[in-house]
Design a binder for this molecule. Structure first.
Ligand code: GLV
Ligand code: GLV
Length: 320
């Protein structure tokens, strides 16, 4: 008997092939964005789920899927959309894709930071709209990285990769705050500081932490008030680590200079959302890992995780 795996959206052929060659029948959803109701209908009596960060995999989904469900693979490094405890209770291994998207994510983070502080997208738009009248000395000026203090909140794989790239921009120093000092960070000469120091000294504050209970709405008005008025805030973690109403206030009242966000709450952000109207807020639609080879690798790892799980073997990358 073939295993049945529900796939929440079309995936690269390479990933399909792996699962096909592992005796898996794929039920691939074509109706994207996938509605919750349809997901609930389709997980009944399924052996595995190939999902992404779009789908909330909670107790209700697991109960609906029932005892047939043997493995879940998310095509992402983040897993805050999955109730890991509930999976553990049911002995359902959950696979994810760490490592392969580190470089792609770091690249985008640097790009978003440069765009935010040097106003690239704003300037491109000005060239198109005729706002470009002549070369004005102080027009379209932003603050550069040279001589600046770069702060990283959550120095993990991605944070380190961002720091390793930014150190070549002539920065003054790279500081970071974690629950505990990071060994590799220390080797690279990045300075472990307490939270208040990170907030008060960073010219660029980059958030690369994971989304947990402790980091939920962590960046609120109190934190923004402690930052430099000239500071640029970049978040590529999850929208949930930011109190967005407070961020709006901070940007409007110029408590900080600008923000670059690859992640928001919700996603997509409604078109009439205040953050989209602010001239000092730059939002990319969760594209950190959107690099061709990276996304294929993520899908292939997910396919392997699921195949291994169905054979009762350890996954390549298992969360629980
Ligand atoms: C992207 O945000 C991911 O978790 O892979
Ligand atoms: C994610 O991969 C991180 O550890 O930063």
């Amino acid at each position: 008997k073939k295993f049945k795996v529900y796939v929440t959206q079309p995936i690269p052929k390479e990933a399909e092939s792996i699962m096909h060659s592992n005796n898996i029948e794929l039920i691939i959803n074509q109706n994207t964005p996938l509605k919750r109701d349809l997901l609930l209908q389709n997980v009944k009596d399924i052996d595995g789920i190939f999902c992404t960060l779009n789908e909330k995999i909670d107790k209700e989904i697991l109960e609906t899927a029932g005892a047939s469900l043997k493995v879940i693979g998310t095509c992402s490094v983040g897993y805050d959309h999955i109730d890991i405890n509930e999976c553990k209770k049911r002995n359902i291994p959950v696979g994810y894709t760490p490592g392969v998207l580190t470089d792609a994510s770091a690249e985008l983070t640097v790009g978003l930071l440069l765009n935010t502080t040097r106003r690239i997208s704003e300037a491109i738009n000005a060239a198109k709209t005729g706002e470009w009248a002549d070369w004005k000395i102080m027009w379209m000026c932003g603050r550069g990285l040279s001589g600046s203090n770069v702060g990283i909140f959550g120095l993990g794989r991605i944070g380190l990769a961002v720091a390793n790239r930014l150190k070549n921009f002539g920065v003054n120093k790279i500081i970071y705050h974690n629950r505990k000092p990071n060994e590799e960070g220390a080797k690279q000469g990045y300075e472990y500081v307490d939270l208040d120091t990170l907030l008060s000294q960073s010219d660029f504050l980059i958030v690369t932490c994971s989304a947990t209970k402790e980091t939920e709405k962590f960046f609120n008005l109190e934190k923004f008030k402690k930052m430099k008025k000239s500071a640029v805030f970049v978040n590529v973690s999850r929208g949930s680590v930011v109190n967005q109403e407070d961020l709006c206030v901070a940007l409007k009242d110029n408590l900080i200079a600008a923000a670059g966000l690859d992640v928001t709450t919700p996603e997509p952000l409604p078109l009439d959302h205040e953050l989209l109207k602010l001239r000092n807020c730059f939002i990319t639609p969760h594209i950190c890992s959107a690099e061709v080879n990276t996304r294929v690798k993520m899908a292939v790892i997910t396919a392997n995780n699921i195949s291994l799980g169905l054979q009762n073997k350890a996954l390549l990358h298992q969360i629980n």
